[in-house]
Write a protein that binds this ligand. Structure first.
Ligand SMILES: Nc1ncnc2c1ncn2[C@@H]1O[C@H](COP(=O)(O)OP(=O)(O)OP(=O)(O)O)[C@@H](O)[C@H]1O
Length: 626
């Protein structure tokens, strides 16, 4: 028996391979099982063209068996096997893939796509084993051969005994060290978990002898242990099944089984695409928000399978940020994998899939909104904020796509409404889409500024989340209607007559208002006679781009740059208080100053802004009382 040497480059490659290609040792099992599955697929192909071979599916399986005493793990398959030449070519030359060659010769048919392509997966066995022995007998051959290697030193090939066609791969597991535990790969539960994780949808049964317990006859606490051969993998992935075969329960069950969430999903989207890039996907809109969803710890992404084999647990590139709540998986035969199957080599196909998925999620949400409103509102309660972030970020690149998914509470409907619903109800004379901002619906309802709009019978949308106004500023318009805050200077409501009235009124009060402005120097940009106040004496509004609500949000940010709104104190000239102001202006400068400060602080309170000096404010109230 002669010992043959790996070629020098191969030796380096093997070392590199063992130590650096894979980040997780457990994938060796995925690689060996994929090889076994490829070997069975090749039998299937052969049977298509060779009448002497019948492919009886029941005879084809993969078996995984651990022997703790001898520290061996064996993977047996009833696939096509290898001749001596093939052993030499495929396992003696690193990066030579018999499978790739087979694939090129036999163009893929009816989805039986072979997994191997790089010719390195087999060697991942050396990450966990000191020695690997392959006993194999090829179809059509009477002889069997044994290939053996203890890693970088080379390999031997000799004649061997084997009754049936197929391959047995035996790994002599490494001894555990302080840093590395190899014993775990001999444990039944661990092997089952690895098979389930990566190879659950291999088309052939992956069997294991599993120890089960049953109650001894006539006893209620004594157990009999027995060994039973069980199939560990599910084989047919649910996503390859026909939608019409599947029930809602099947989809819910898959969601739970995959631990996508503890809730019951609100909706599933099952996609099968057979176009420029072929893929299957099952996506879910969850009902509940994950506890870490709005934190940095939350990782978005979909499970990514290549031809039924798990490649990535969370492929972030498949989901845009605004749909980061979506759970599920994608399986494609068309991905260009890199050598470790951990990252993708080219992302062209992935980009195509991601784009397609983005559209499907959007239309899925639209149909939920249209057909199952209550469910959509549950979804929106949990994840609506993310959609609004989506409108705002990337300079509004996605605003058109997302605007019809937005909802806000309506002053007239007393429930959440879409922008489309709002606009469809707008009376002809209404110029703008009105909104009001505040901490809660109850608080917004009481804002003095809102009165003039609601009195006119117009609907007002309530913005209670920080992001709302930013998102709307990014949208600018919806169906050519501009958004307008009820606090804005021009509400587009007053008729010309009242505008004229206001102008004369403004003029007649000019001296008083100027004086008040002087008293509030540095605090407000201007003091004006209000056009919008009806029953309330005072309110604050903002001039320019930064609104009062925005000021609050910007001030609360860690890198706050002290951006402030240009505040206008509006006084209701028809309120009794105005008369008191006029009288004070005429006779008592100190009183005017007292009243002006009081009104200013009241306006701050109404807006939910902090008062600079609460003590002075309460003292001022006392002064009025005594
Ligand atoms: N169980 C097996 N039965 C038959 N042939 C096998 C078996 N395992 C490996 N081979 C042969 O050895 C070759 C090399 O296997 P290896 O796992 O290194 O690479 P691969 O599967 O071709 O590609 P990849 O690196 O993408 O997994 C395979 O292409 C196949 O021809």
């Amino acid at each position: 028996m002669t010992k043959k040497q790996f070629k020098a480059e191969s030796k380096r490659l093997l070392e590199m391979m063992i130590n650096s290609i894979y980040t997780q040792k457990e994938i060796f099992l995925r690689e060996l099982i994929s090889n076994a599955s490829d070997a069975i697929d090749k039998m299937y192909y052969k049977a298509l063209t060779d009448d002497s071979i019948t492919f009886n599916k029941d005879e084809y399986y993969i078996k995984v068996a651990a022997d703790k005493d001898n520290r061996t793990l064996t993977i047996t398959d009833t696939g096509i096997g290898m001749t001596k030449e093939e052993l030499e070519a495929n396992l003696g030359t690193i990066a030579k893939s018999g499978s790739l060659a087979f694939k090129t010769e036999n163009e893929s048919q009816d989805g039986h796509d072979i997994i191997g392509q790089f010719g390195v997966g087999f060697y991942s066995a050396f990450m966990v084993a000191d020695q690997v022995t392959v006993v194999t007998r090829s179809i059509g051959s009477e002889e069997a051969f044994k290939w053996q290697s203890d890693g970088a030193e080379g390999y031997t090939i000799e004649l061997a005994e084997k009754d049936s066609v197929g391959t047995i791969i035996e790994l002599k597991m490494k001894e555990s060290t302080e840093e590395e535990n190899y014993d775990e790969f001999l444990e039944e539960f661990r092997l089952k978990a690895i098979i389930k994780k990566y190879s659950d949808f291999i088309r052939y049964p992956i069997k294991m002898d599993v120890v089960e317990r049953s109650l001894k006859e006539g006893s209620d606490n004594e157990w009999d242990e027995y060994t039973e051969e069980q199939t560990i993998n599910s084989m047919v992935p649910i996503w390859r099944k026909n939608k019409s075969e599947l029930t809602d329960e099947d989809y819910d069950h898959f969601y739970q089984e995959k631990h996508y969430g503890f809730d019951k999903p609100l909706k599933h989207i099952h996609i099968s695409v057979d176009g420029a890039v072929r893929y299957n996907a099952i996506l879910y809109i969850p009902e509940n928000i994950p506890f870490d969803y709005y934190s940095k710890e939350y990782e978005k992404g979909l499970e990514l399978y290549s031809n039924g084999v798990l490649i990535m647990n969370k492929c972030a590139d498949l989901l845009p940020d605004h749909f980061s709540f979506v759970k599920g998986m994608v399986d494609s035969e068309d991905l260009s994998l890199n050598i470790s199957r951990e990252i993708l080599q080219h992302d062209r196909q992935l980009k195509l899939i991601a784009k397609n998925i983005n559209n499907k999620i959007k239309s899925g949400l639209q149909s939920l909104l249209k057909d199952e409103r209550e469910k959509y509102e549950t979804f929106y309660n949990a994840f609506g904020r993310q959609l609004k972030y989506g409108v705002y970020t990337d300079f509004g690149a996605n605003k058109e796509a997302l605007q019809d998914l937005l909802m806000f509470y309506s002053s007239t409907e007393k429930k959440m409404v879409t922008l489309q619903e709002y606009v469809s109800r707008m009376p002809e004379d209404q110029k703008y889409i009105y909104y009001a901002t505040g901490e809660s619906n109850e608080r917004i309802e009481k804002l003095p500024q809102i009165e003039v709009v609601t009195d006119k019978g117009y609907e007002v949308l309530y913005f209670t989340e920080d992001i709302d106004e930013f998102a709307i500023k990014m949208l600018q318009t919806y169906k050519e209607k501009e958004f307008r805050s009820v606090s804005s200077g021009d509400l587009g409501i007053e008729n010309e007559e009242s505008n004229e009235n206001n102008a004369t009124e403004e003029q007649s009060h000019k001296e008083l208002l100027d004086k008040m402005k002087e008293i509030l120097a540095g605090k407000v940009k201007d003091v004006r006679a209000s056009k919008r106040l009806k029953t309330h004496p005072v309110c604050l509004s903002a001039d320019g781009e930064v609104t009062i609500e925005m000021e609050k949000i910007l001030q609360a940010m860690p890198d706050n740059q002290n951006i402030k709104a240009d505040k206008i104190l509006e006084i209701n000239p028809n309120h009794e208080v105005f008369l008191s102001l006029k009288n004070a202006f005429a006779s008592d400068a100190e009183k005017l100053s007292l009243y002006t400060n009081l009104l200013y602080n009241q306006a701050l309170l109404i807006e939910g802004l902090p008062i600079n000096d609460p003590l002075e404010f309460t003292n001022d109230i006392c002064k009025v009382m005594v």
